[in-house]
Design a protein. Sequence first.
Length: 129
Amino acid sequence: MLDKRTPAAMPAPFAKYSHSVIVPAGTRMLFCSGQLGLGTDGVVPDDVGDQADLCFKAIGLMLADAGMGFADIVRVNAFVTDRAFMAGYMASRDRHMPSPPPASTLMIVSGFTRPEFKVEIEVIAAKRD
């Protein structure tokens, strides 16, 4: 079982994430490549929240393929191309993450491979068999 922690001596996270996660020995790990908001039809929605939902949909497929779910996510790394996109991404993330949530980092970057992409999300997951 993953041990998601926020030590009492630290300030509480200012969003839905844990400060740390302990993964016990003997646990299978899944490292997902960064996912972009690209639909199966090749369409990239303009809204950052819709793009993030597509990213999490793809992540859900990878988790299911490994016999895992969103509760098994240890860490989320996300990248947005503008500070204005943080709220849309975070709303999508909060809909998909369990409680207690995993560790998380959000960074603002200058861009991705195509200019229409506004968010990229990668995760690490772990599950004990």
